[in-house]
Design a protein around this ligand. Sequence first.
Ligand code: SF4
Length: 613
Amino acid sequence: MIRLILDKTAESFEQDIRELIQEFYPGEDFEIRTEEGVHFTNTTQEEKNALKQAKATGENAEVNKKSTKNKAKMASEITPEGVQDEKIRFSFEVSASDMPLKGVRKDDKSVIKAELYDTLVSMTGKTLPWGDLTGIRPVSLVSPMVEAAIEKRKTESDSVNELTETEIRDIKTALTKEYCIEGEKLDLMTDIALREHRILNRIYDVTGKTYKEGWSLYIGIPFCPTRCLYCSFLSNTISAWEKRLPEYMDNLRKEIRYTVREMCGKHRRPLQTIYIGGGTPTALDEKWLQVLMDMVHEECGSANVSILSNVTSREHDWKNTVTGMPGIVEFTVEAGRPDSITKEKLQILKAAGVDRISVNPQTFNQKTLDLIGRKHSVESVIEKYELAREVGFENINMDIILGLPGEKLPEVTHTLCEIARNKPDSLTVHSLAIKRAARLTLERDYWAGIYRAGDENEIMAETRLQEEAEAGENYSLIGHTGTSVSDVAKEKTKFRYPEITRMMMASAYTAEVLNLKPYYLYRQKNMAGNLENVGYSTEGKECLYNILMMEEKHTVIGCGAGCSSKFVLPSKDGDPTHKRVERCDNGKDIKSYIEDVDKFIKRKEELFSLMKE
Ligand code: SF4
């Protein structure tokens, strides 16, 4: 446990400070001391009770170890002032009032984090690949810089839409200065931001409207053939809900109709992309899938016509899009589970103008598929993928997950070899972030003995081992007593990265071999280690929706149970480079969606009213 002592100014940046320290010391908990008193991170009810008792009695209180789940992290005794000194790994004091702050929160945060980062680098002797960036969307910090540089070009009546090498170098220098980031990750985030800019320009090329003027629709079908063990989405076995599907679909239509009328009718915003996810939309049988496709065309098909009527179709061919719906440039359906796909369903999707689908193996190891409750075979993934090609799909994505139970680098390498053999148009690599809803977490005891790369304890152990090796201490830990310095150096490189990082590197290499370029990225928050989710794609086949949604580029409205909506609005500070994101969600329960969709429509109504401001 780390003791963090914060002055009054630093207190309001507690989370940022903690997250940055945690990047250097993964998995470590905190005792935080402020003027207000003492509190803890990851506090269990037992710790809270012990602290209360210690404060009330003025004496040390024993934590009831038996009833605590996370013994490894526990401080065994809590004094009225906090944790006993011997349980504290070290104390860290942040006096932000001594720093050159200006009173602008965003800028002050940068100053505090940069100072803290320098101190942590001197303390530990290591730098972080992402510098002092702890947020989940590093690319979103670069995009405004890219856009500002392009805008500057426009005002200088220079029509060139690409940045020069000098301009790119200036952006990188500014990023290093502000976020202490250098090297590989700096190049990656800059490359992605530049690529995203080019990709999103396609929307303007086709429709004559920028992505900032438009919005996207997400439709949620929260049903799957069976539930996977790692699932943290709202998803239910379709067989259990078959009888109530007509009601679900009626409510879905009502919500979509309302949303499209508001956005396209009232606010004159063109609908630019549609994404159907879930769940697994193809878990619907052929009849219901056809109903869904008809619904999309009936409710959205001509929504843009009056908005785009002034756009000359000679320059922007908005009437003849790949989706068959004027002004809608992309229509994606997740056909994730191969056990939900049939030829007829693929034909229904194709005929409805779906131009991008996802067939998700997650892993090409049968043992893992069985273990995680995906009731299909490895062969069926390949079979359905080939079927989709046969039906005429020219843009197919595959998702894989790193860190699945029991998988190490050789299993992931096998999966990557299969990916390379099948050559999907895009590849999305997820690091398994197990959230609370996942059965994998709920059944923690059952999984206790099974290896999982990216597990917090493993990353902590590997990080410590690396720290010790780098400090030149305790080589006996890794069996090096008496070996030469060069042997030690060789061995050090072997465990330089945790297993999950090696898997991510192997995935990036496979993507490179397949000529798939990274085009969106987000980091896992509150996870130990350096976990990222990255989308790679062949040029021209990138998923616009993924960029728009992940980078919060424009408003994405979710319809259906379990969906959330993000309204991207102008910032209240009046700065055009800033934005404000307002959210609302449709709850996590299919039953309440079926029984009272108006409640969720009402939530949206409140956000629509903000668009008038
Ligand atoms: S297919 Fe996806 S949404 Fe369905 S249960 Fe598995 S992880 Fe969850």
